[in-house]
Ligand binder design. Structure first.
Ligand code: C2E
Ligand code: CA
Ligand code: CA
Length: 896
């Protein structure tokens, strides 16, 4: 029979006898079955659902409802159920009608012997129909699924005939190449490939049926004529006789990915090159050797085909090759280039142009660009395609050029040009100091944003000016001024607007005072101008102020903002207000600060003194009391290892808990402590307190914790300094000292010999040393090398500029290189943003501290945080401060 289980037969019959008869007949026919009889429509519907028959046998004429109606119900409910009329009479016409409406068969009650075979056949047919329908459904599903995949895929799915012409294309091709599928059909795929990709590996398809290729990368032409990089996977299809019938495959648009990869590779390549050249600049003391090394690195690490430096022979106005690397063709190496127009030549060479204009000159395609290029044919024969010539500028004048040649066209784009200008800047800087026979004071003489001298250089220049003026018995005046609201401008319009403002102000100053030797950018929005020949400061001072103020107050248009700024001024004149450059500047600044506090626009130092004294005396008295009453406290800021996020040291920062004013920051009282020499005692207390706190943390499960304490110049200069530190060191349990000291560059330079001895002695006792605010002062490398110092702390001002400002970036990178060179740890200070952190990581800076990680906090709070961090993901306990923007240190404390 049909299957192992019994067949369920639903009988619609008013006569129980007839039903019995039918059942008997069916059973007799050898069908194993179960019966259910109904005689109303309601019962029929119920049975269709519950009894779930395999076949329906129905009488044609029923008292309660008739055969055709039964058929309609069954067909509607279960269209595939076999249905047989079993009736006394039915008649030809009605029988045909019934079959049309969906009945499977009819058997006369007078001929019941036919019933069993009829059922058997109906069931068989139904089962075949079912199987077919299921198969069809499955096929339809599959097709739908495939179509969905093809149509929604980002990838381009296609088929080619055996000759390589398109026979199918998914719609995604429109997004990728701009063609509609219809536009492709019948066309050879190769006609879309880049000429040089057509016949090579890039145009490859599988050779024989069943074979495949994958990861084939080729350039395809878009409808708009531009090119896209696609990556192909394909199989060859076989026809009925196993012959090659065509190809099916997918292509993925990898243009962006590729561009990004190339950018990243190139960036890291150039970054590596810059670092190595910086390190060469620092290391090598011979000019020509340094230039040769720079060229070699540009070729080997930078990937340029050739690099050359030429220096100007000023008398003869020719450029002579000093160093070159790559493709050492004598024709190029021996070239002497005139910077003047040659007789008979209509144009200047690129190098001459660079020297005359002080700007980089680029030819991005020697084969196509029509600009004048010397020896173009020679260069092309060497298969070079692009050239950049960068001027090397010392004190505003070009002294030579650095030329880089590449095999690729269009390589010197804006971003590459920027980096290379930075490189040329570094080499120029080095040249400047080779000229002065001092190799490494190049770190920071000029402010990169404004291009003006920084404090150190300005003071140096002032000193010279004062010597001259002294001889002529003339006075030198310094007018220092501070832009008001710079912080607010940064906050409301963005830092770039603030930066632009400073640049524009610097430009105006340069316009008005063309002798740039007399201009300075001190820092944080403050400038200084020097004047000579003042005879009466009380009348001429305010006039100078007016001249400068006029320049500044003129509205400034930046982007869509019209910005108006004003300033506060301070004046100091030699010799009464100071007899060194440093003193004049700092007194002019003092006067300016006084102007700010007193809400004046202008104060002359001499006049300020009288009013300042009383205030200072009050502060001095308070500070003495503060020390007696224990009002000084230390806050600690974690120093984070950038590679694993761990914390193994903190910096101690002094605060004064003034009962009247609350927490006072060191900037406000340390200068006074220093001028009173009280800093010696406060400093000693700080070392003791920090030692106690650190030992406390050590005993709470942080046995390797170290604490760094800032030391003032006044402390270190005292003879008993070493002894007092040794005494503190001996107090550390088990003699394992965790005390670090932070000193500034200038302290070290004042008495190198004495310092080295002290430092060495303390180092043997386990004290480590860091140079604080590194990069802001003079550091002669020769000295740095000899110093027993463990780390360099990169000044906050450079970190603040590291993201946007190439000058700061150079300095930071140089310091990191320096530190590595001398086996010291570089610590970045004042890291506030994730972008700064990312860059520092890229530059391989080892450690950092800053608000991004945590603000300074009391010792107990630090310990709690360290404990909370433990077991958690690193960084998480210190993340709170990063997320919640906190206004001040006190608020940080109070909300915990
Ligand atoms: P410093 O040694 O350069 O200390 C770092 C300064 O940067 C601290 O300022 C610190 O609060 C701040 N800082 C840390 N991270 C960030 C940041 O992400 N953004 C910004 N904007 N600032 C950050 P603080 O505490 O006001 O100290 C100022 C200076 O006072 C110190 O500069 C140090 O030279 C001096 N100082 C502090 N404590 C002592 C001390 O015990 N003895 C001596 N002699 N000087 C101290
Ligand atoms: Ca410090
Ligand atoms: Ca510092």
């Amino acid at each position: 029979m049909l299957s192992g289980r019994s067949v369920k037969i639903l009988i619609i019959e008013d006569s129980a006898n007839d039903a019995e008869l039918i059942a008997k007949q069916v059973t007799k026919g050898g069908i194993d079955c179960a019966f259910h009889r109904v005689e109303t429509e309601e019962a029929l519907r119920g049975a269709l659902a519950e009894f779930d028959p395999d076949i329906v046998l129905s009488d044609f004429s029923l008292p309660q409802f008739d055969g055709p109606r039964v058929l309609d119900v069954v067909v509607a409910e279960r269209p595939d159920l076999p249905f047989i009329f079993v009736s006394g009479t039915i008649g030809e016409v009605r029988a045909i009608d019934a079959m049309k409406r969906g009945a499977t068969d009819y058997v006369l009650k007078t001929n019941l012997a036919r019933l069993a075979p009829a059922i058997d056949r109906a069931l068989r047919e139904a089962s075949v129909r079912n199987a077919r329908r299921q198969a069809e459904e499955m096929l339809r599903d599959n097709e739908r699924r495939l179509r969905d995949i093809v149509e929604t895929s980002q990838d381009w799915i296609w088929e080619l005939d055996a000759g390589g012409c398109f026979t199918f294309s998914s719609r995604s091709v429109e997004g990728i190449l701009g063609f509609t599928p219809a536009e492709l059909l019948g066309r050879d795929f190769r006609s879309f490939l880049h000429e040089s990709d057509r016949d090579g590996a890039e145009g490859r398809l599988p050779a024989a049926p069943g074979e495949s290729v994958s990861g084939v990368i080729a350039r395809w032409r878009r409808k708009d004529g531009s090119w896209r990089w696609l990556e192909r996977n394909a199989v060859a299809l076989s026809g009925p006789n196993a012959e090659l019938a065509g190809f099916r495959g997918t292509d993925r648009d990898i243009t962006e990915r590729r561009a990004q990869q190339i950018r990243i590779t190139r960036l890291s390549r150039i970054h590596a090159m810059l670092s190595s050249i910086n390190s060469a600049i620092v290391r090598i003391r011979d000019r020509d050797e340094m230039l040769a090394e720079a060229c070699r690195i540009a070729v080997e690490r930078g990937g340029y085909a050739r690099a050359a430096t030429h220096l100007l022979d000023p008398g003869r106005m020719t450029l002579k090759t000093v160093a070159c690397a790559g493709l050492d063709s004598p024709a190029l190496a021996d070239a002497q280039i005139s910077t003047l127009q040659e007789p008979g030549e209509e144009y200047l060479s690129m190098a001459a142009l660079a020297v005359q204009s002080n700007e980089a000159v680029v030819c991005n395609d020697l084969a196509k660009d029509s600009q004048p290029v010397l020896q173009r044919r020679d260069l092309l024969e060497l298969r070079l395609r692009s050239v950049i010539v960068l001027p090397l500028i010392v004190d505003g004048t070009a002294v030579g050029v650095l030329s880089l040649y590449a095999r690729e066209a269009q390589i010197f784009d804006a971003s590459e040009r920027n980096v290379l200008s930075e490189l040329a800047g570094n080499i120029s800087f080095a040249l400047q100091y080779f000229q002065k026979e001092d190799a490494v004071q190049f770190l920071s003489y000029f402010d990169p944003l404004t291009g003006l001298a920084k404090r150190t250089l300005f003071c140096e220049r002032l000193g010279r000016l004062m010597q001259q003026a002294d001889a002529e018995q003339r006075s030198v005046a310094v007018l220092a001024f501070d832009l008001e609201r710079l912080g607010a401008i940064n906050d409301s319009f963005g830092r770039h607007v603030g930066d632009r403002l400073l640049e524009l102000i610097a430009d105006r100053l340069r316009d008005r005072f063309p002798d740039t030797q007399r201009l300075a950018y001190l820092d944080g929005g403050s400038f200084a101008v020097a004047f000579t020949g003042l005879t009466d400061a009380s009348t001429e001072g305010p006039e100078l102020r007016d001249r400068v103020h006029e320049l500044i107050r003129e509205p400034i248009q930046i982007e869509s903002h019209e910005i108006r700024v004003s300033a506060r001024f301070g004046l100091a004149c030699s010799p009464d207000d100071g007899d060194t450059g440093e003193m004049l500047v700092s007194n002019a600044e003092g006067a300016r600060n006084h102007a700010k506090n007193a809400d004046e626009t202008y104060v002359h130092y001499a006049l300020k003194l009288n009013t300042g004294v009383a205030e200072r005396m009050v502060l001095e008295r308070k500070l003495v009391r503060a020390l007696e009453l224990g009002e000084f406290v230390l806050h600690y800021q974690p120093i984070v290892h950038l590679d694993h996020g761990g914390i193994s040291s903190v910096e101690a920062l002094l605060r004064w808990q003034d009962p009247e004013r609350g927490l006072v920051m060191p900037g406000e009282f340390i200068p006074t402590l220093e001028s009173m020499r009280l800093i010696v005692e406060v400093g000693k207390w700080a070392m003791q307190q920090a030692s106690r706190d650190c030992q406390h943390w050590r005993s709470h499960g942080f046995p390797d914790m170290r604490v760094a304490v800032n030391v003032s110049a006044l402390q270190i200069r005292r003879r008993e300094f070493a002894d007092s530190v040794l005494e503190i060191v001996s107090g550390w349990r088990q003699g394992l000292c965790g005390l670090d000291l932070e000193i500034t560059e200038s302290m070290l330079m004042q008495d190198v010999q004495g310092c080295v001895r002290t430092l060495q002695q303390l180092r043997e006792a386990g004290v480590r040393f860091a140079i604080d605010d590194f990069g802001t002062g003079y550091s002669s490398l020769a000295h740095l090398f000899k110093l027993p110092v463990d780390s360099l702390k990169i000044d906050r001002s450079f970190i603040a500029g590291v993201v946007g400002d190439p000058g700061s970036m150079t300095i930071v990178r140089t310091i990191i290189t320096l530190a590595k060179e001398f086996h010291m740890t570089a610590i970045a200070e004042g890291v506030e943003t994730v972008e700064q952190l990312e860059l520092l990581r890229i530059m391989k800076c080892e450690m950092a501290q800053g608000y991004l990680f945590a603000r300074p906090m009391p010792g107990e709070k630090l310990l709690n945080k360290l404990l909370a961090r433990r077991g958690k993901k690193l960084d998480s306990a210190f993340k709170v401060e990063t997320e919640a923007k906190v206004e001040s240190e006190e608020e940080v404390e109070s909300d915990s």
